[in-house]
Design a protein around this ligand. Sequence first.
Ligand SMILES: Cc1cc2nc3c(=O)[nH]c(=O)nc-3n(C[C@H](O)[C@H](O)[C@H](O)COP(=O)(O)OP(=O)(O)OC[C@H]3O[C@@H](n4cnc5c(N)ncnc54)[C@H](O)[C@@H]3O)c2cc1C
Length: 392
Amino acid sequence: MKQFDVVVVGAGAAGMMCAIEAGKRGRSVLVLEHCKNPGEKIRISGGGRCNFTNVDTRGSNFLSANPKFCLSALSQFKPKDFIALVDSENIKWHQKVLGQLFCDESARQIVDMLLRHMSEAGVTLWTGCEVRGIGAREGGGFLVSTGRENISCSSLVVACGGKSIPKMGASNFGYRIAEQFGLRICETRPGLVPLVFETGFLKNISAPLAGIGLDAQVSCGKRSFREAMLFTHRGLSGPAILQISSFWQEGEVIVINLTPDVDMLAALKSARDENGKQDIGTFLPSYLPKRVAQMVLGDIEGRLADIGNKKLGQIAANVNCWQVKPIGTEGYRTAEVTLGGVDTRDLNARTLEARQVAGLFFVGEVVDVTGWLGGYNFQWAWSSGFAAGQVV
Ligand SMILES: Cc1cc2nc3c(=O)[nH]c(=O)nc-3n(C[C@H](O)[C@H](O)[C@H](O)COP(=O)(O)OP(=O)(O)OC[C@H]3O[C@@H](n4cnc5c(N)ncnc54)[C@H](O)[C@@H]3O)c2cc1C
């Protein structure tokens, strides 16, 4: 049986970061990855450019049953630390919007950088290697049974990620290991995911509007995001919708302001006063894409002067306060993240070690810490992997 100080299950963002840090401390580290290639989610992230961090990362950008849990790890390894790493490799990047940093060229550069650092830190990586089971070693430590060899280790780091995009290797393995060792799991559900609607509503929006994007303020309860929104063949998507999807619960209504900078009732009334001859069908497209304006108007037509206050109010409400009721989400097939996960009450916030099981660590998305869209999820993966990497 082979011996390692540390076994990391999962060669994703968190697992690779943890392995690098542990390797740099002189620990012998083995990373086990069941897919052929490591870091696949990094490779496809950010449209192939990897939104690798957010310069404005704060605790309030994360969802968790314990919103303060993420703070310790985030303070040990900050966005500026990852930027320094990227800069030291000469990987060029740019800031897009809202503090989001992307590679200029390719997400592949981030994967290559992590692999090189792993190799420099003496980390062993087995890809295409199935992990069959984990057992507790008598007197402490773990036995890891794999498709290749059985391993004995003193620290085990579970960095298996969440359930989203199963065809890229996502599994529920991390949650199973947590349960096996008596840790609690906060209910999991898909997050940062497009919303789906009933067929009648879809008929109204999908065919005529699919492909149209606009700047919108999307709200659910007290949460609100102003970002791009996209009409698709299946419903609504785009950053604003993905953001709100993490807060939306079944049965809730979502309110969409299609012209967040314009009070449409005031605009309509002043246009009617100033130029009553103008047709509503030509007025609205100066604020909205034409086909969206048509959807908003439905069968309302004619000159502004002939439209009474009640109808103007109806049009304005459809623009500034469009209420839609999703019937669900696209699920884990397309979700960018998994909400919920290993209950933070059972983990040490500074080290990510299980409180009741010495040597067992959970890092990254498998933990009940989920970031908003915008580079926060990778920052959590780097920070939590780094924090565990200091002590494993
Ligand atoms: C399409 C898409 C785009 C995204 N874009 C961004 C973005 O631009 N910015 C951002 O911050 N976040 C983004 N995310 C979210 C981000 O990718 C994840 O939050 C992050 O990868 C989580 O890191 P992790 O290391 O915890 O898990 P993962 O990166 O998912 O890594 C887990 C690894 O464990 C492996 N694994 C699973 N089960 C086993 C097993 N039983 N045995 C061995 N190995 C196993 C998996 O194959 C995988 O390689 C995106 C997600 C998706 C799906």
